[in-house]
Design a protein around this ligand. Sequence first.
Ligand SMILES: NC(=O)c1ccc[n+]([C@@H]2O[C@H](COP(=O)([O-])OP(=O)(O)OC[C@H]3O[C@@H](n4cnc5c(N)ncnc54)[C@H](O)[C@@H]3O)[C@@H](O)[C@H]2O)c1
Length: 442
Amino acid sequence: MRICVVGTGYVGLVTGACFAEVGNDVCCVDVDERKIAMLQEGRIPIYEPGLEEIVKRNASQGRLRFTTSLKEGMERALFVFIAVGTPPDGTGAADLSFVERVAREIGENLESYKVVVTKSTVPVGTTLRVKEIVGEQVALRGRTDLEFDVAFCPEFLKEGTAVEDFMKPDRIVIGTENNRTAELLKELFFLFTMRENRMLSMSIPSAELTKYAANAMLATRISFMNELARFCELVGGDVDQVRQGMGSDSRIGSSFLYAGVGYGGSCFPKDVKALIASGDAAGSPFSILKAVEDVNRAQREWFLQKIMAHYGGDVSGRVFAVWGLSFKPQTDDVRESPALDILPKLAAAGARLRVYDPVAAENARMHLSEWSGSMEYMEENYEALEGADALLLLTEWPLFRRPDFPRMKELLKTPLIFDGRNQYSPPAMKSMGFEYVCIGRG
Ligand SMILES: NC(=O)c1ccc[n+]([C@@H]2O[C@H](COP(=O)([O-])OP(=O)(O)OC[C@H]3O[C@@H](n4cnc5c(N)ncnc54)[C@H](O)[C@@H]3O)[C@@H](O)[C@H]2O)c1
């Protein structure tokens, strides 16, 4: 089938590449000329395991093309997917200007029947707004002969496992207004759910809300565990043991129950904010989600205060090794990463930071340029430890799970670890002579 994907970021590029991988003819469009030039040369602008091979293979076999021209991209397509960003605006609501701009351009360039599918995460009503905008532009051109349908298919991929998630989804949600569109989309997605039908057809508003509800629920679980971890420290519980005890209840399940330094990334923070804003606007406030956000903010601060308290409130002149900058492992995405919140505060308090991340250093460097005088970016994780007063572990990259502890002890000035991801066993750390500060484990 012929597909155009507008926006070649984490979602759009994976979507385009994976559709091409199963034999579709795909054209990816982006306004970012640098990105498109890179992709045309066979280089991918993001780190996502397995993606580069798929992009290269399908581009070389002519099934995957890249352009900055939406007109060119949608010329042959039956489906036009909108996968541009929906960042928070000043009030926390989703900024829909990118989506609306694409809708206008689609209307300006429509020449034959298309299914316009919103894949960006958008508030209830947006897909119908897309329909309105496309229709207005078509009408402005005086074209009464053109038809199109709209749909909303949320994306549930996770950065770091995006290709796998797209190819083998837990479910595919299809929000449509009519059967014709639903059937076309089912045919398109059929290949990804061949083993078991995991397609859920529903109304467009329900589909739009499903995406926000899923992310808000996951963020709620994390904030609940983080608050529980703080309580555990006060009363002598171990949040990891509690996690196992409660997660083994099949009604609860074990996912997203890990306490840490708070959630981050390009989705949870913005989607929680956007749902809060939608609830307020509708006069039906999400008080739970307001608490989820507050707890998340407080969790980062709480971890920072643990560090500060250790030094009697004064970290000036202290040197910290930092392992991990991305908001989670296996991605170079640092949007809303806890590291971007915690490190500037330590730098502002006079600390020096020797940081290492397997792939996110470049992105972090751009976000933290203001603090470049206090930060050194290391090529290798052990190098960061040399002469440092302590290690801060902020992202649970697999590389950090079983490090060479004796070597770490030799390199660090003081054998002290602040572990924001509960990666190590407190008794084992104690027996190796480390002072070990973690989350909710005594
Ligand atoms: N990143 C994730 O893990 C994830 C998962 C599920 C859903 N989502 C949602 O998908 C959407 C996209 O997220 P992302 O992380 O891929 O964003 P991103 O910032 O990585 O990519 C967005 C891309 O859209 C491009 N763009 C902006 N305006 C454009 C226009 N007018 N025409 C063509 N291209 C344009 C940008 O240049 C950029 O390359 C968001 O709504 C997000 O909430 C993201």
